[in-house]
Design a binder for this molecule. Structure first.
Ligand code: E4P
Length: 217
């Protein structure tokens, strides 16, 4: 399973990259706003800055919702850097745009996916990635990981090539369960990635080893 970081914060992207386990980045308009990025030029520059840190897919989301607007934005985003993946919402014009991008060699990430039916449509349109939001599904009292299992099983049996990108990750356990469910990619906040490191027995064991190591001098 590939690890993407779900942030527009350059320091966090660098930190995850320096760990040596980062395969890509996802952003969205809320994450860009959180970093105070405003205006067309600043947004474009920020995507270039991210691409200069990580050599892997970087999802940049379109802001428009109509077919012509999505195409215009998506073409500009894709032209910024070869690693840009155009992130398109799961709406009627979005599906149409994904098909157009696919036919024209532009990679896409279909976002805001909450059902297997939506994931089938995204795959039929040729999306490179599909992003089911598992944390938000859990928040609404459904099981997000179960949706990942269902989409993985459908894609496998149907031979769809779209990669299942588990998004809206909230905890390290989400990452473990997505790996078990067969997700191709997990996009996570830095806190969840670093959370994977933690185990109290590791801390206790290391404390003891360091104590014993001192006695060896
Ligand atoms: C996916 O690509 C989204 O950017 C993201 O995972 C949404 O997560 P949230 O539900 O924590 O906002």
């Amino acid at each position: 399973m590939k690890f993407f970081i779900d942030t527009a914060n350059l320091a966090q992207i660098k930190e995850a990259h320096d760990l040596g386990i980062l395969d890509g980045v996802t952003t969205n308009p809320s994450l860009m706003a959180k970093e105070g990025i405003k205006g067309h030029d600043a947004i474009m520059q920020h995507y270039i800055d991210i691409c200069n840190i990580v050599d892997g897919p970087v999802s940049a989301e379109v802001l428009g919702t109509d077919f012509a607007g999505i195409l215009e934005e998506g073409k500009k985003l894709a032209a910024l850097h070869e690693n840009i993946v155009v992130k398109v919402p799961m709406i009627k014009d979005g599906v149409k745009a994904i098909k157009w991008f696919t036919d024209n060699g532009i990679r896409t990430n279909c976002t805001l996916v909450f059902s297997a039916g939506q994931a089938i449509l995204a795959a039929k349109a040729g999306a490179s990635f599909v992003s089911p939001f598992i944390g938000r599904i859990d928040d609404s009292n459904w099981d997000g990981v179960q949706l990942i299992e269902q989409i993985v099983s459908i894609y496998n049996s149907q031979g769809f090539m779209t990669e299942v990108l588990a998004a809206s990750i909230r905890t390290p356990m989400h990452i473990v369960r997505c790996a078990e469910a067969g997700a191709d990619v997990c996009t996570c906040p830095l806190s969840s990635i670093l959370g994977l490191l933690k185990h109290p027995l590791t801390d206790l064991g290391l404390e003891q080893f360091l104590k014993d190591a001192n006695s060896l001098h």
